[in-house]
Design a protein. Structure first.
Length: 124
């Protein structure tokens, strides 16, 4: 587990938490799930809570729904994993653990597209 460092920055194994990193978060009562860190570096640096997307903890056994993106070994995960893009969680950054990887540039685009569609921002 990392330690707070400086002006609210948080180190995780010696590095600063970064947008698009994939960590593990222990949800109550669901248990441990991979999460994608969405918050900007400013929020990570200044706030105790950050925004994340939850991913499935099991191997994806079906195609993604229109609100999901499949992450895989290119993103640092052990198997194809569904990332749910229609709900964000605000979690304590001190509870993020086990850096798994970083979302690839291609899937970052897909996540943002799914979020725009899921939240209907494209209707503005």
């Amino acid at each position: 587990m990392g330690e707070p460092h400086g002006r609210g920055e948080f180190t995780q194994g010696g590095g600063v938490l970064k947008q698009w990193d994939i960590f593990t978060f222990d949800f109550e009562p669901e248990g441990a799930h991979p999460v994608v860190l969405l918050s900007s570096q400013a929020r990570v640096r200044l706030k105790d809570r950050v925004n994340v997307l939850i991913c499935s903890s099991q191997r994806a056994a079906r195609p993604p729904r229109e609100t999901e993106v499949v992450l895989n070994s290119a993103d640092g995960l052990d198997w194809p994993t569904l990332c749910k893009c229609d709900l964000t969680y605000l979690v304590p950054k001190s509870k993020l653990h086990h850096l798994r990887g970083t979302v690839s540039a291609e899937r970052r685009q897909a996540i943002v597209q799914r979020m725009i569609q899921s939240f209907e921002f494209n209707r503005l």
